[in-house]
Structure formats: C-alpha cells, structure tokens
Write a protein that binds this ligand. Structure first.
Ligand SMILES: [Zn+2]
Length: 90
C-alpha cells in the first residue's frame, strides 16, 4: 500500500500523523487485504514510511508515534508484567 493511501484512510479516521496512519493500516491489515497480499502491502507501506522518516519499533514492528519509545509495546505488551501507561490522548 502506498503511504499516501494510508494517510488518506487515516485522516478519514481522524488520525493526524503519518506514523498513526501507518499503524492503523498495520493493525487492520487482516481486514483490509487478501491474506496472500498482507506481507506485500505492509512491506511497501513500511518501506515508504521509513523513507519519509517514520521510525519503527524493532520489537513489534509498529510505527513510533513519539521519540520516547513504542507506545504499543509499553501499553499492550503487559504479559511481561510491565508498568501500564495511559494511552495517548488527542
Ligand atoms: Zn513496539
């Protein structure tokens, strides 16, 4: 998927940054693409986003919203018993 298309979808969902729009597509890829296309579509999107300066978490592969670590790992990776932070508020 092209980054521009991901941003168009994200803006329809009220998202503001390219990183948020990329995560929106990654998280919903199972519902957006035929199974055999998921890897191709998300790989294209991640590569384009990286060229535009979006950073990705090395642990979960999600786009980093801020520079203070991965909110998805911090907030959803609780099986390790980590401290739960509040979800980002817009
Ligand atoms: Zn992560």
């Amino acid at each position: 998927m092209k980054l521009k298309d991901a941003i168009d979808v994200g803006q329809e969902c009220g998202l503001e940054t390219p990183a948020e729009c990329v995560n929106n597509i990654i998280l919903h890829a199972m519902n957006l693409f035929p199974y055999d296309d998921i890897n191709i579509e998300t790989k294209e999107l991640v590569e384009e986003a990286e060229k535009e300066g979006v950073k990705f978490c090395v642990q979960c592969g999600g786009a980093m919203i801020k520079d203070d670590g991965c909110y998805m790992c911090r907030n959803f990776g609780k099986l390790e018993g980590g401290q739960k932070d509040e979800l980002p508020v817009r």
